[in-house]
Design a protein around this ligand. Structure first.
Ligand code: ADP
Length: 550
């Protein structure tokens, strides 16, 4: 990297001529703005560039290529739990695309939106509301200020009908390491409209290279949006005893299979995960180990009527179809789960229903209103409205919540969070094996096993386990990192592997031998021989200096 840092001042001069003072940060201001992270990682970030157009991205990439200075593109850089805005390796100049936040086109007939990388969940939501357009924003728990492009590129998922966010991407444009622009084949042949309407295009499917890849800077993306349906019904259920998990998993699989296209994802959460939404962290009771003792979990669960597993899902569609799907779900789930309730959000908004349902489950009035508030926010997210409801989780163990009126920003607020997010086959015994693995490993590092299983199809769950720790405590941070590594390795032995990695954990996968990473290395060498774009991001070569040409 020495030759690269020697060239940095010359590159900075040229970028300054291109962008001016207000569109770049150099030295400490860049390190402060982009270095904050919820994981123990902090990379050295010499500068950040904030282009406002694709032309500027092309020009700045050419400068980077001339001086061999590596770049790290981010859309909004809120990749909390996976590295925030930190590059995978030291010395990269961050390319912050958040000022490129135009919605370039919205085809109301086809439900296709074409947008720039800085467009956030909030910006799209406002755009749709202002125009009275009835589409769902592909929301995630990361909240209103996060980009749609960054999440789709990381293959994030939500709970609304178009669950898998990269599946919904039909077309994209990217600036390659030599400053040329990648456009899909159909667009190149003059068929931009069909290209945007048809995901696979023509010829080898290359758009996918840019998701979880380091082959270009994506400057434009078309996303299919789900239409707001006539009705949305959210359902909740409980699995009272832990030994009911296996049959509940089988029932969930059958329910999803029978309602494909109507049902969004179904989530299953263990007591610790549900309690993290309901009670302050009982830190006085954690003792020396750091994890909440089983007796405390049992007591709190009893007090708040939290069962061994809590399930939540939603049905989307025309009233008649949803009503039929509801009967199907009841038929599939009722024999195996308890307290199955359906909530029609429209009637809830009118104030009916809620009080009829909650008192039976939670007869304590102070807790009732809090529960109702949380429920309302949960329904909001099911309905495709961006919400910060999931963000307090990051603050549960370590941070104090932001002041009233301020947005949540776990990295800024010093929260410690690493996500472990493995895929688990939807096979009851495999799910049990996975759950026991997490329950055994986390407490041995002083961490609570907060387990969610989210269906990503009727064949597979993705599980999310937030490893929460105090960033001020070095020992806790080290343990959280070690815990992640242990989970990764134990999971690998059992066949549970993450769908996504953080900047702290790329190497755990990319440094393993195999034809896949070898192919990635060869593509990287062909497209980006100077390792200009996001070195080390889901690729094994650049950060080891193997590809340096001088
Ligand atoms: P968000 O703020 O929506 O959570 P980020 O902007 O942090 O998402 O993006 C997540 C990751 O995806 C980044 O760390 C980066 O590696 C990659 N990425 C984001 N936007 C782009 C882009 N426009 N082009 C190429 N890679 C990107």
């Amino acid at each position: 990297m020495t030759s690269k840092s020697k060239n940095l001042p010359s590159a900075l001069n040229e970028w300054h001529c291109l962008l001016g003072d207000n569109s770049m940060l150099v030295g400490e201001p860049a390190a402060i703005q982009y270095g904050a992270c919820t994981t123990p990682v902090q990379r050295s970030i010499p500068a950040a560039l904030l282009p406002t157009s694709q032309e500027q991205v092309v020009a700045l990439v050419k400068i980077a290529a001339t001086y061999k200075v590596p770049l790290y593109p981010i859309s909004t850089g809120r990749n909390w739990g996976y590295g925030t805005a930190n590059p995978v390796v030291d010395g990269c100049v961050v390319v912050d695309l958040s000022r490129m936040n135009r919605i370039m086109d919205m085809d109301e007939n086809l439900g296709l939106v074409t947008l720039e990388p800085g467009v956030t969940q909030r910006i799209l939501n406002d755009y749709l509301e202002e125009r009275g357009l009835d589409f769902l924003v592909p929301v995630t728990g990361a909240g209103p200020n996060c980009s749609l492009v960054g999440n789709a590129l990381e293959r994030g998922y939500g709970i609304t009908p178009y669950t898998d966010h990269f599946t919904a991407v039909t077309s994209l444009e990217a600036v390659l390491a030599d400053g040329s622009i990648y456009r899909p084949a159909l667009t190149g042949l003059g068929g931009e409209a069909v290209d945007q309407a048809y995901k696979w295009g023509l010829g080898p499917y290359l758009d996918g290279l840019f998701s979880q890849g380091s082959f270009g800077i994506v400057t434009k993306m078309t996303i299919a949006l789900a239409r707001r349906p006539e009705t949305i019904q959210t359902f909740f259920f409980s699995v009272v005893a832990d030994n009911g998990l296996e049959s509940a998993v089988g029932a969930v699989r059958e329910a999803l299979r029978a309602t494909t296209g109507i049902s969004g994802s179904i989530n299953l959460m263990n007591p610790q995960r549900v309690l993290s939404m309901l009670v302050p962290h009982p830190s006085r009771e954690t003792g020396l180990t750091g994890a909440i003792p089983t007796e405390t979990v049992t007591r709190l669960a009893r007090e708040y009527q939290v069962t061994a597993w809590t399930g939540v899902g939603a049905l989307y569609g025309e009233k008649k179809i949803v009503s039929a799907a509801r009967s199907v779900i009841k038929g599939k789930l009722r024999p195996y789960v308890q307290r199955l309730v359906f909530l029609d959000s429209a009637s809830l908004r009118r104030g009916k229903g809620l009080l009829g349902i909650i008192p039976r489950q939670l007869p304590l009035s102070g807790k009732l209103s809090m529960m109702a508030e949380r429920l309302d926010a949960t329904l909001n997210i099911m309905e495709g409205h961006p919400s910060e409801i999931a963000l307090p989780l990051a603050y549960w163990k370590s941070g104090s919540l932001p002041r009233q009126g301020m947005d949540h920003d776990p990295a800024r607020d010093g929260c410690g969070l690493i996500w472990y997010a493995p895929l688990v086959p939807m096979v009851p015994e495999r799910v049990r094996c996975y759950v026991e693995m997490v329950k055994n490993i986390c407490p041995s590092y002083g961490l609570d096993p907060l387990i969610t299983l989210t269906s990503v199809s009727d064949r597979c769950f993705d599980s999310t386990v937030p490893l929460l720790f105090s960033k001020n405590n070095l020992d806790e941070a080290v343990k959280a990192q070690e815990c992640f590594k242990n989970l990764f390795e134990a999971g690998q032995r059992e066949g549970f592997l993450p769908y996504r990695l953080g900047v702290h954990s790329m190497e755990l996968a990319t440094e393993q031998e195999g034809s896949y990473w070898d192919t990635v290395r060869r593509i990287k060498k062909a497209l980006d021989p100077g390792c200009i774009i996001a070195p080390g991001r889901y690729e094994p070569g650049c950060h080891l200096g193997k590809e340096e040409t001088d």
